[in-house]
Design a protein around this ligand. Structure first.
Ligand code: CA
Length: 226
C-alpha cells in the first residue's frame, strides 16, 4: 500500500481525491497549504505527492524543486497553458493533470507513476541495467556491480536526478537546480566536474551510464529494470 500526499488548497478537490485514492487501496495524507505539505514530507513516509501548483502560501513549483528526485510527483494545475505544463515537467514532475480532472483519471496516473518508479520506499530500491546499478533512496545507498558507491552528496543528487527519468536529457542548469547548487553558488560548468567524478566511480561504463548530449547536457543511459 502506497502513501499518497495530496497538497491542495481547495477542500472539495482534496476530499474527492482522498476518497478515490483510499478506495483504490492507498493511504492518504492531505495538506491545505504548502508549508503543511512540506512538514508532512519531512515527518511522514510518503510514496507519491499530488501537488497543486496554485497554493496560497508557497509557489507549487518551489515545492516541486524541493522534493524532486526524492519523491515522485504528479502536478495538479488549473493552468491549461502549455508553457506551465512544460515548466512543471522540466522541474522534474513525473506527470501532470489539468483541472478540471476526473478523479478516476488521477487514480490511474498515480498507479502508473508508482508502477513506473517502483515504490520509492521499497526495501531494495530501484535497479537499472539488469541489476548493475541499484539505488535505494531510503537508505541513501547506491551499488554498482554489487559494490557500494562512495558518493559525495552532490554526486548522489546528480545520479538520482538522472536515474529518476532514464533516457531523458537534462540540461546543466536543470542539474544545478537538482543538486541545489544555486544555494551553494554552483555554476553550470561545475556540473561537468561532478559528472566526471561520478563517472570515474562507475568505472569503464561510467560514460555509458551518464552519457553526454553534446551542446545540451547529460542523460542516464541505463534502462530501468521491471
Ligand atoms: Ca489551488
Amino acid at each position: 500500500m502506497a502513501t499518497v500526499l495530496v497538497v491542495e488548497d481547495e477542500r472539495d478537490i482534496r476530499e474527492v481525491l482522498r476518497r478515490f485514492l483510499e478506495r483504490s487501496g492507498h493511504a492518504v495524507l492531505t495538506a491545505a497549504t504548502g508549508a503543511e505539505g512540506l512538514r508532512l514530507i519531512d515527518t511522514c513516509h510518503v510514496d507519491l505527492l499530488l501537488l497543486d501548483l496554485g497554493l496560497p502560501d508557497i509557489d507549487g513549483t518551489d515545492i516541486l524543486r524541493e522534493v524532486v528526485g526524492n519523491l515522485p510527483v504528479i502536478v495538479l494545475t488549473a493552468r491549461s497553458d502549455t508553457r506551465d505544463r512544460i515548466a512543471g515537467l522540466q522541474e522534474g514532475a513525473d506527470d501532470y493533470v489539468v483541472k478540471p480532472f476526473s478523479p478516476t483519471e488521477v487514480v490511474l496516473r498515480v498507479r502508473a507513476v508508482l508502477a513506473r518508479g517502483g515504490s520509492v520506499g521499497a526495501e531494495n530500491g530501484r535497479s537499472f541495467g539488469d541489476g548493475a546499478l541499484r539505488i535505494d533512496r531510503e537508505r541513501r545507498v547506491a551499488t554498482w556491480g554489487g559494490s557500494e558507491l562512495e558518493l559525495t552528496s552532490t554526486e548522489w543528487d546528480l545520479l538520482t536526478a538522472l536515474a529518476g527519468t532514464p533516457g531523458r536529457v537534462f540540461t546543466r542548469s536543470e542539474l544545478v537546480n537538482r543538486v541545489r547548487g544555486d544555494e551553494l553558488g554552483m555554476y553550470e560548468r561545475t556540473i561537468d566536474s561532478h559528472v566526471k567524478n561520478l563517472r570515474r566511480k562507475l568505472g569503464p561504463d561510467g560514460p555509458r551510464v551518464v552519457s553526454t548530449v553534446v551542446g545540451v547536457g547529460y542523460r542516464f543511459g541505463l534502462g530501468p529494470d521491471a
